[in-house]
Design a binder for this molecule. Structure first.
Ligand SMILES: [Zn+2]
Length: 81
């Protein structure tokens, strides 16, 4: 979690990388941010399905960068903790 990357805003797109807190997968999130009407949008970890939120004007696009690191294959469940 020390590897946080400051969000880059490129052509109205907010692009940042995230490590899943549940499974350790890394993925890139592309969200339209500069448009008016930005609001919380949900996106899911592509490996375990854990839900995150970001401010965006539309549904964020998620690109998997590296596979999960916890060695498991279960899906994130809200009731686990
Ligand atoms: Zn995950």
């Amino acid at each position: 979690m020390k590897h946080a990357v400051d969000p880059d805003v490129v052509g109205g797109m907010s692009i940042f990388e995230k490590s899943c807190a549940f499974c350790g997968a890394r993925f890139r999130v592309l969200a339209v941010r500069a448009a008016p009407g930005a609001h919380p949008e949900e996106y899911d970890c592509p490996e375990c399905g854990m839900t995150y939120r970001t401010e965006a004007a539309g549904e964020p696009e998620v690109q998997l960068l590296s596979r999960r690191t916890d060695g498991r294959s279960d899906r994130y469940q809200q009731t686990m903790f």
